[in-house]
Design a protein around this ligand. Structure first.
Ligand code: UTP
Length: 461
């Protein structure tokens, strides 16, 4: 247990002693908690972040970037044959049990404003199936299809770990073997106010945030999850985010292309719907593969056109990756990913009460998983069709919201039903459990009502 004087001296050395101003008013437990939180801060790291921020003026320099190669959607027979070949290779990896699913679910989900882990959000257009259930069922269905286990790793944070574990336990792991569901926590880092000072979240705890989805790589390593993967013979990690119910987890074509290319980290991309769409683009930066965020691109680069009249940087990354376990080990053992800072609204304890600020009052530091790309010897980018793979739930309303996600799900499933020969006229809602069908092909084999016309809502599975 750190003692008061040691912690005070440490704080004074870094100009942060204000944080103990209310110490005398705390209970014994609260005092211990606050001293522990302070003693855990890596002040060398924090000072470096603040200095970095001062030096850059708080914004990243415009990036000098080049176009990166992408395996585009197959159009010709030869391209379709290449896809089939890739699918066969991916399926072989799945049958051999060499692929794990990895969900990063440690985020704070502030834009959605849902109380509880974002994965507990009921996204199902009819049944209210939660995001966690959707993902877990897909993993279970795919593991059944290939007759091999697909261990499911979930990264949580201090703030949502207990709730996430409880949700899975209460739902019997959605049918997955309990031993194949592995949770680990990412690290938390303190945030600073706009003057570089630590803030309190409560009278006895520092305001902190999870260290970004880039914390996935160090987290896999530090938690022992990567050793667990090695013991199970896992070579490929299917990385995805919690908020996209349309993601194809452990996609055999994606795995196959990744293996064929000898890639260490591969990314799914789609055609941006406008130059200003708020997703990062895959590119080459200083000769290395990279994803550059939209805010780091100037308007001219965002709008630049290629020879074909398409946006030059059309390929937006949707945060779906295949990553080699050996690559995670190498990157996690290295110098670490760069830190990004952003201004956010962070609730804080002002000495009397918790204040929810109306405007940005704090700096959050985070790492991003795509910053691992430049470390890869070889990468691959695969184009996917937006309507088939991307329906993120980011906001409570408007763009990328619950409503748009449900609508996209319904549209996609309507396409499956039409492919199965069913007449579908503007449905209200459609929901198909991954356990019922993983794709249109599987649906065709199961659901063949002759001459059926479908009009309102339907849940299958
Ligand atoms: P977002 O960038 O959408 O962040 O995360 P968020 O925290 O979920 O939501 P906002 O920005 O506060 O509204 C994309 C994915 O990365 C995960 C999230 O859980 C989500 O699956 N993530 C993000 C982490 O696992 N840890 C983090 O520190 C940040």
């Amino acid at each position: 247990m750190p003692d008061y004087n040691t912690v005070l001296t440490l704080l004074q050395k870094h100009g942060q002693e204000h944080i103990l101003a209310g110490y005398d008013n705390l209970s014994a437990n609260e005092r211990d908690q606050l001293l522990e939180d302070c003693a855990r801060v890596d002040f060398g790291w924090l000072d470096a972040r603040w200095a970095e921020m001062q030096a850059s003026g708080g914004s990243a320099a415009d990036a000098e970037i080049e176009v990166a190669p992408v395996v585009e959607l197959p159009k010709t027979e030869a391209e379709k044959a290449r896809y089939d070949e890739a699918r066969a290779i991916g399926e072989e990896q799945l049958r051999a049990g060499r692929v794990a699913a990895f969900l990063v679910a440690g985020g704070q989900g502030t834009r959605l404003g849902f109380s509880g882990p974002k994965g507990c959000f009921p996204v199902g257009p009819i049944s209210g199936r939660t995001l966690f259930k959707w993902h877990a069922e897909q993993i279970l269905a795919r593991s059944r299809r290939y007759g091999a286990p697909i261990p499911f790793y979930l990264m949580t944070s201090r703030d949502n770990d207990a709730d996430t574990r409880r949700f899975f336990a209460d739902n019997n792991y959605f049918g997955l073997p309990e031993g194949d569901v592995v949770f680990f926590q990412q690290e938390m880092v303190p945030c600073l106010d706009l003057n570089g000072k630590l803030m309190l979240a409560t009278p006895s705890t520092l305001a902190m945030n999870p260290n970004g989805h880039g914390g996935a790589l160090s987290g896999l390593h530090r938690s022992g999850a990567i050793d667990d993967m090695r013991r199970r013979g896992i070579e490929y990690i299917s990385y995805f985010q919690v908020d996209n119910p349309l993601v194809t987890i452990c996609d055999p074509v994606f795995i196959g292309l990744h293996v064929q290319a000898g890639s260490e980290m591969s990314s799914k991309v789609l055609e941006k719907n406008s130059p200003a769409e708020r997703i990062g683009v895959v590119c080459s930066q200083n000769g290395r593969p990279a994803v550059v965020e939209y805010i780091d691109l100037d308007e001219a680069t965002q709008k630049a056109l290629g020879a074909d009249g398409r946006l030059k940087f059309w390929a937006g990354s949707i945060a779906i990756h295949i990553i080699n376990t050996t690559f995670v080990e190498r990157v996690a053992g290295g110098a670490g990913l760069p830190w990004h800072q952003s201004r956010k609204k962070v609730a804080y304890f002002d000495g009397e009460k918790v204040v929810k600020p109306g405007s940005e009052n704090a700096i959050k530091f985070e790492t991003f998983v795509f910053d691992a790309l430049p470390f890869a010897e070889k990468t691959l980018n695969m184009e996917v069709q937006r309507e088939h793979e991307f329906a993120p739930v980011k906001n409570a309303e408007g763009v990328d919201s619950v409503a748009t996600s449900r609508e996209l799900l319904t549209k996609y499933f309507a396409e499956w039903l039409r492919e199965a020969g069913i007449t579908v006229s503007t449905p209200e809602a459609i929901e198909i459990s991954p356990l019922y069908s993983l794709d249109a092909g599987e649906l065709r084999t199961k659901f063949k009502p002759e001459g059926f016309t479908f009009e309102r809502s339907i849940v299958l599975g």
